[in-house]
Design a protein around this ligand. Structure first.
Ligand code: GLY
Ligand code: MN
Ligand code: MN
Length: 409
């Protein structure tokens, strides 16, 4: 029932941390609602998934009730009632009982029809309601926990609502050893994909074929597929940051910017490499490539605990600006990586255990030259470790590997 990549004891430990950090306040984390779509997969709210490992329970939630006198009811899994007719369509669901409690690691599992009653009781006990679901933008939907807490506050005197929206972002941004192990598998599948692309890439191929190579190799390595829409941009398309049509021919002299990562055990890899289609960088392509590479390596060297993204950006940007291409580096230096490609991101300096991307680029549309180089970096106690260093990026090594592949064809 829960994904097996992370032990059930770790999910339980995550919930216990939340419970302690709430310091007596009540919290609810919703999975979100919906049903399995025809295209793609239903995905739970990532905070809910992080706390439970449950990926196929729309309508579920976790209630934190730290002041409940019964310790087994301080953290409760709420699951939507069973519907035998829907089970014909979506698959069988478990009855509530000991096997379900054992599998999920919850002492208490109830149907979500109990939520209004149990949450109201919890609010009466605590009088403090803590929002855990962060607001992306005030233009978006009101978070489900905040909207319910407002209903409670309208009906109950003396109840206050507080902001704990950084809590799960902070917890999620420091990866456990199990999480890193799973991410390394995503990276291994990704590395195999890039390796095969180097073997296959030549003028006359299409962006679609390279996309298909990545997809196939990822899956051969146990991945469920790409963690996000892969970008395979040849020629002028290499300069389009989120290009994903991937339907054009690859021509002699093109640079091909490939931004792709496998998903494995729900964790993402996120890697970009830029290769010359014919196996050899032109002088101008190499000039730009080497600036981006130096910038990327400077940012990687700057990565350590206590540093913020803007400082990594400055390290890369100084080199790109000095070379005269500051206005052609038009995006951020990177982001946290984990259950989401753009993962939960606390408003805080990097902590040891974070996994981030570093991905500067230069984009010269008129010259059809787009170069981005992106690695996945683990922040360690004293500095950082490049988790994707096996994926070659030295321009001489790229050319040598492509020469070898050509001879073998
Ligand atoms: N592939 C999306 C990104 O690099 O952020
Ligand atoms: Mn990327
Ligand atoms: Mn990225």
């Amino acid at each position: 029932m829960i994904d097996e990549h992370i032990p059930v004891s770790e999910y339980r430990a995550r919930r216990e941390k939340v419970l302690r950090s709430l310091k007596g306040a009540v919290g609810v984390v919703f999975a979100g609602d919906g049903s399995p779509p025809l295209v793609g997969q239903w995905r739970p709210n990532t905070h809910f998934y992080y706390l439970t490992g449950l990926a196929r329970e729309p309508g579920a939630s976790v209630l934190f009730d730290p002041k409940n006198p019964d310790p087994t009811r301080r953290c409760v899994l709420m699951l939507k009632p069973r519907d035998p007719e829907m089970e014909d369509w979506d698959g069988l669901r478990e009855p509530i009982g000991l096997p379900l409690r054992k599998q999920t690691g919850f002492d208490k599992v109830v149907r979500s029809t109990y939520l209004p009653r149990m949450l109201t009781m919890a609010a009466r006990r605590s009088k403090r309601l803590a929002c855990l679901d962060p607001v992306g933008s005030y233009m978006g939907k009101v978070p489900e926990d905040l909207s319910i807490f407002r209903k409670i506050a309208e009906r109950m005197v003396g109840v206050s609502i507080e902001d704990k929206t950084e809590l799960l972002n902070e917890l999620r941004s420091v990866k456990s050893k199990h999480e890193v192990a799973v991410m390394k598998k995503a990276i291994k599948a990704t590395a195999a994909g890039f390796d095969k692309v180097l073997q296959a890439l030549e003028p006359g191929r299409s962006e679609a074929e390279i996309h298909a190579v990545l997809d196939g190799v990822f899956r051969e390595h146990g991945s469920t597929g790409p963690a996000y829409n892969p970008i395979v941009g040849a020629g002028v398309n290499s300069t389009v940051l989120h290009y994903n049509a991937n339907d054009q021919p690859i021509e002699d002299g093109d640079l091909v910017c490939i931004d792709a990562g496998a998903e494995y055990g729900r964790y993402a890899a996120d890697v970009t490499r830029t290769f010359p289609a014919n196996g050899k960088f032109s002088e101008r392509q190499r000039e730009i490539y080497e600036i981006v590479l130096r910038a990327e390596e400077a940012a990687i060297r700057a990565a350590k605990p206590g540093v913020r993204f803007h400082e990594l950006d400055e390290a890369a940007r100084a080199i790109i600006e000095k070379a005269g291409f500051g206005d052609q580096y038009i995006h951020g230096i990177g982001h946290h990586l984990g259950l989401e490609v753009h993962d939960a991101s606390p408003d805080a300096p990097l902590a040891a255990g974070a996994v981030i991307t570093i991905e500067p680029g230069i984009y010269l549309r008129d010259e059809k030259i787009g170069v981005r180089i992106e690695d996945d970096i683990q922040i360690t106690a004293n500095g950082s470790r490049n988790l994707t260093k096996a994926i070659i990026k030295d321009p001489d090594e790229i050319e040598a590997a492509m020469r070898k592949a050509k001879r073998a064809r």
